[in-house]
Design a protein around this ligand. Sequence first.
Ligand code: HEC
Ligand code: HEC
Length: 287
Amino acid sequence: MKRIMTSAMIGGLVAASLGFAAQAEGTKDSLVINGEDGPVKIITHVKNPPAGSPLPELFSGWVFRSKETRALEADDFDNPGMIFVEQAWETWNTPDGKAGKSCADCHGEPSSMKGLRAVLPRWDDKQGKLMTLEDYINWSRVEHMGAKPWKYGGGQLTSMVALISLQSRGMPVNVKTDGPAKKMWELGKKIYYTRVGQLDMACSNCHEDNYGKYIRADHLSQGQINGFPAYRLKNAKLNSVHARFKGCMKNIRAKPYKVGSDEFRALELYVASRGNGLSVEAPSVRN
Ligand code: HEC
Ligand code: HEC
């Protein structure tokens, strides 16, 4: 059959079949997390995003969740994601690999990693590639510990990402998109706006054009990643950024890129940059 519909018409049809329901405001409440070392203020709303932002305002996904789900994130004792962080802390102190060393032997306390999560992914000249936090951890395991890399998106790696991300909680995301990172950023942007799958949709069709609306029972967010890894009530575990991307691609019946692929690294950089200014919020709680 010849394609005679314009993309706007297709978009309209898809919206009708999926049923984007009326706009509903996200919460105006602010998030202060009662953590072990005292309260942490989280920036969940940026009124004036950096110049060139495709979004008029930035919102953390937290803003669109139900009151009950939001409450789980406001206290570390209630946040089920913290169990995985504690497991990672044990791993941090446990020797592994041929060198017989633990993370702690070389890095001291996890707090030595403060600030790192806020600037990742970033281009690394020494590595000659765009590095995610997962990449750094696995590189350090292989290079410094003589240990095997953990599975990208797997439980051990994602929990360690959560422990290290937690050290930056509250700090504004600030990834660099210029210089040598630019090419990957542009690839990520292209992927973000490209319609794919049987539903012929792009990330932007949901997370830019329709955030704030309901899609089935879900209150659509901007698809930000400042809260990752995210504990999802749906699968009762921590979910990596790439796993979430994969899930969204599957939902629109597209063939997802692989977890740990360069395409998802590029998309991660691009999506992170759309949230520059929101706080690192990991581990967040989502449905
Ligand atoms: C034998 C020492 C050693 C061990 C053990 C070790 N690392 Fe490293 N790690 C390093 C060195 C050296 C670097 C590079 C530091 C640099 O380039 O600034 C590094 C870099 C990193 C980085 C990037 C930091 C940054 O600021 O760019 C991360 C993340 C990391 N390691 C995590 C871990 C984790 C998690 C473990 C345990 C699973 C671990 N490392 C075990 C020595 C070690
Ligand atoms: C058909 C609509 C749709 C499309 C297209 C879509 N998503 Fe989503 N996405 C959702 C829904 C629904 C959720 C769960 C509610 C929410 O947070 O928006 C979600 C959640 C997310 C989240 C989690 C946000 C958080 O704070 O927990 C991220 C990140 C995300 N999407 C990224 C993407 C990316 C990247 C793409 C393109 C590859 C994409 N999505 C395509 C519907 C979509």
